[in-house]
Design a protein around this ligand. Structure first.
Ligand SMILES: NS(=O)(=O)c1cc(F)cc(F)c1
Ligand SMILES: [Zn+2]
Length: 260
């Protein structure tokens, strides 16, 4: 929100601290206004090459669940689109609501989706580790995919079935052989803009690539997401829902589109 806003309003129920980074000029998420986006004919399709054998495990980090990949080689990478070189897949995770009326982080012409997938990659040509890359201006590339309620997503079901094993914060379970490209929509069209992580440390290190078309999941699949807990074993149980950051000001940014 704007700086004049009472800073109590910026305290997010989930986080103790401020959520508007003072002085942040490229924070995420944002509302994508289709009319204001600029078509860039040179923006090629984004190309993912994911090796299903690089999938390692799933863990509940107390804010979302992360499916993590072995990023010690270039076996799972994204390239093309707005990216000058390949980026390595580190993890993917989701954000969702307590019901199907909201849950996504980005919005399109103020339309909210029930959930949003983030495939997180880091710039292995310029940095040595993910942890280093998240602190750098062009360290990360995150592909965002909206989820809408429709038919069951058959490939996602393998992941949904194992979620009860990571119900509690800090739980981790082995998960291998998963092809993350099955979570991408068939349509290659996307928007891209310069932004930030949407969770602490909120660093302004992300080239966002937001796919225009959502993927479909059925309501029972999302219901399993909502059965996860923010809380650890022994703590008073709090359902993991509404784990999205509020919209941030666009400031002096242009969203580019790969399509007319
Ligand atoms: N939500 S996000 O994609 O900006 C993100 C990226 C990341 F590398 C770690 C996180 F915890 C969250
Ligand atoms: Zn995210």
């Amino acid at each position: 929100g704007c700086n004049l806003q009472d800073n109590r309003a910026n305290l997010h129920p989930l986080w103790k601290g401020e959520i508007d980074v003072p002085g942040g000029s490229r924070q995420s998420p944002i509302n994508i206004r289709i009319r204001d986006s600029v078509f860039h004919p040179q923006l090629a399709p984004v190309h993912t090459q994911y090796d299903p054998n690089t999938c390692l495990h799933i863990w509940n980090n107390g804010y979302s669940f992360f499916v993590e990949f072995d990023d010690s080689t270039d076996k799972s990478i994204v390239s093309g689109g707005p990216l000058e070189n390949p980026f390595r897949l580190k993890q993917f995770h989701f954000h969702w609501g307590r019901n199907n009326d909201w849950g996504s982080e980005h919005t399109v012409d103020s339309r909210v989706f029930p959930a949003e997938l983030h495939l997180v990659h880091w710039n292995c040509s310029k940095y040595r580790t993910f942890e280093e890359a998240i602190m750098e201006p062009n360290g990360l590339a995150v592909i965002g995919v909206f989820l809408k309620i429709g038919k069951q997503h058959e490939k996602l079901q393998k992941l949904v079935d194992i979620l009860p094993s990571v119900r509690y914060k800090d739980a981790l379970t082995e998960f291998n052989y998963f092809d993350a490209s099955c979570l991408l929509p068939s349509c290659v069209d996307y928007w891209t803009y310069s932004g930030s992580l949407t969770t602490p440390p909120l660093t302004e290190s992300v080239t966002w690539i937001i796919m225009k078309k959502p993927i479909e999941v059925d309501h029972s699949q999302l219901a399993v997401f909502r059965s996860l807990l923010f809380t650890a074993v022994g703590e008073e149980e709090k359902y993991m829902v509404d784990n999205f950051r509020p919209l941030q000001p666009i400031m002096n940014r242009t969203v580019h589109s790969s399509f007319e």
